[in-house]
Every structure is written in structure tokens, then in C-alpha cells.
Ligand binder design. Structure first.
Ligand code: PMV
Length: 328
């Protein structure tokens, strides 16, 4: 295959049972299985063009040509497909990130899932979604789960071919997330560095892996029974346990900022007052609050005494990857 074009959209996802730590850094094999909710508010649209006439790969993000370093990351990812499917053409990648301005949310999950989907289409590879998730994984761990919509499990597996995502439930229920943007600056410690340090130095790390496996079993049961409270409790606990492994790493680190703590306290207070909501946080200071869609406006109103309108982003549940037509 030397010519061809493909377009794909992928939504981002937020883990409810977190992935933190790799057993194989090259292959992105995780230490523990994880489970997420795909969100509709944030997505990446990517167009891939295979072009024999190009001398090297080109990467445009939001219409801007990216640096050699950024392009190399993309080229290395594309090489996984080129090697396996004997594709010789260089590739032009054009991505648009639809993340509300200054959201400060990582877009690597939707980015690599959309890229995997677009190359699958451009080169007419016909890779099934489960296998495609193993490719997305090699770009960024959380991208594995963005291939599917709703609740998604990333089974850690034992090797590169069986560490993939499976869709669990489309989550077309009364459920959503409110994201409080505390700080949109680039994070100081990347998730890759943070995980490595935690795995290597935190005495709590083995306990984290053990309790994650248990939480995952409980979470899957709660999804089957549509038990929103249990889902929320498990999600909040998974996030806080993950952050505790960072505090116990050597040297210790944290993604919490003073405003993150303020949101955590507000969420816990609101819950006591009867507004059911639960928090989760990733490798950054922003706080994501799981709530019922029907409670979202109330929650936003409660938080607006302390946080501005543009710090709060509401999201419902997102779908899996899908191809885009010329004019989308
Ligand atoms: O996608 P990565 O490799 O940058 O790791 C993301 C890790 C967390 O967002 C903190 C947790 C998760 O499961 O998404």
C-alpha cells in the first residue's frame, strides 16, 4: 500500500480503576488491569495520508507543523504498522484536538486511538477493534481504552497480543463527569516518569497492584448491577490509593495542588449533604467528578461559589472510534 487516506475520531477516557505502573516499558504492558469511562466532551480527529512522494513523515497538530521530536514519536508509532504490514510510504498525519481551550487534560488517549483508527483505514488494514487497541497501547497506555465507548476494561494480559481493551457496557445511563480545571500548565512529571519512580521505590506499590485487582472485580459487578454509588466509591478509592503510592515514592511527589484539595473537600462535603458525587484524579492537578447527569447542573452551581464557569467542563459518555467523512 503506497497511497490512501483515512479519517478517524476517538474520544478521551478517564480511568475509574487506574492503571499506574508498567511491567514492560517497551511494550507498554501494565502491572494491573484498569477500567474507564469514555467521555464525549473531548476528542481528537485525525486524518492520515499515505504518500509515496513524501521524503519524511509530517505531523500537523491543530494546523501547526510539529517539531522533529514530536514527529519522531508519531513516526515510531507509525513504524509499528509499517513493519507489520510492509507499508513503505511516508505518512502525513493531521490531527485536531477538540479539547476545550485551556482544559489542561491529557489528550494522548484520544490522540493515539484516533491515529490507530486512521491508519487502519488509510492502509485498508481491516484490523479488528480489539487488536487495534493493542496498537493504540503502544502510543500511550490509556489510549488502549479509547478505542471503545462507555465502560471499558483494559485487560493487562501476559504479552503484547493479549494486553487489550474490551467494551463492557455502553453506559447510556444517568451518568457523567464534571471536570474542574485547577491548572492547565504542562505537568512537571510525566506519567511515564511518575509510574517508573513509583514502581521502583514505593513500598506501597505491591499493595496497590493487589488492591486494584480486587477493586476491578468489584467495579465490574457494580457496572452489571448499575450500582452508581458503588461505582463512585470504588473510583474515588482507586484514585486516592494511586496518589498515595506517589507520596510514598522516593523522592516523593504529588500532582495535588491546593485547589485540587479544595475540590476534594467540596466533593466530600456535598456528598454528606446528599448530592452524590465522587472524585478521581490522574497525572495532573485537575479533578474529575463522577455524578449523575441529572445532578450535573446542581453540582456546577454548588461549585460555582469557588470556581469560575470556564474552570468547569461538563461531559456525558462518549462512543468508541469511528471513521469520519470528508466534511466532518
Ligand atoms: O496513558 P498514560 O501512559 O500516560 O498513563 C495514564 C495513567 C493515568 O491517567 C494516571 C491512569 C489511567 O489509567 O488512565
Amino acid at each position: 500500500m503506497t497511497q490512501g487516506t483515512g479519517r478517524c475520531r476517538a474520544h478521551t477516557n478517564i480511568a475509574l480503576i487506574k492503571y499506574w505502573g508498567k511491567q514492560d516499558e517497551q511494550l507498554f504492558l501494565p502491572m494491573n488491569s484498569s477500567l474507564s469511562l469514555t467521555l464525549n466532551a473531548f476528542y481528537t480527529d485525525t486524518k492520515v495520508t499515505l504518500d509515496q512522494a513524501l521524503k519524511q513523515d509530517v505531523f500537523l497538530l491543530n494546523h501547526q507543523k510539529q517539531s522533529a521530536e514530536q514527529t519522531l514519536k508519531i513516526s515510531n508509532f507509525l513504524d509499528l504498522f509499517r513493519h507489520k504490514y510492509s507499508i513503505s510510504a511516508k505518512i502525513c498525519v493531521e490531527s485536531i484536538n477538540h479539547v476545550p481551550t485551556a482544559a489542561g487534560l491529557a489528550s494522548s488517549a484520544s490522540a493515539f486511538a484516533a491515529l490507530a483508527g486512521a491508519i487502519n483505514e488509510a492502509a485498508r488494514l481491516n484490523i479488528g477493534l480489539q487488536e487495534l487497541s493493542t496498537f493504540a497501547r503502544r502510543g500511550s497506555g490509556s489510549a488502549t481504552r479509547s478505542i471503545f465507548g462507555g465502560f471499558v476494561e483494559w485487560q493487562k494480559g501476559t504479552c503484547s497480543t493479549d494486553s487489550f481493551a474490551i467494551p463492557l457496557d455502553d453506559a447510556a445511563w444517568d451518568i457523567g463527569m464534571l471536570i474542574v480545571v485547577v491548572n492547565h500548565r504542562e505537568k512537571i512529571i510525566s506519567s511515564r516518569q511518575g509510574m517508573k519512580r513509583t514502581v521502583e521505590t514505593s513500598p506501597f506499590y505491591p499493595a496497590w497492584v493487589k488492591s486494584s485487582e480486587k477493586d476491578l472485580v468489584e467495579m465490574k459487578k457494580a457496572i452489571v448491577t448499575k450500582d452508581f454509588s458503588k461505582i463512585g466509591e470504588l473510583a474515588e478509592s482507586s484514585a486516592l490509593k494511586m496518589h498515595a503510592t506517589m507520596l510514598s515514592a522516593q523522592p516523593p511527589f504529588t500532582y495535588f495542588e491546593p485547589d485540587s484539595i479544595r475540590v476534594i473537600q467540596r466533593v466530600q462535603e456535598l456528598r454528606k449533604k446528599g448530592l452524590e458525587c465522587y472524585l478521581t484524579m490522574d497525572a495532573g492537578p485537575n479533578v474529575k467528578i463522577l455524578c449523575r447527569l441529572t445532578d450535573m447542573d446542581k453540582l456546577k452551581q454548588e461549585l460555582s461559589t469557588e470556581f469560575s464557569q470556564d474552570q468547569m467542563i461538563l461531559s456525558g459518555v462518549g462512543s468508541g472510534i469511528h471513521s469520519l467523512s470528508e466534511n466532518e
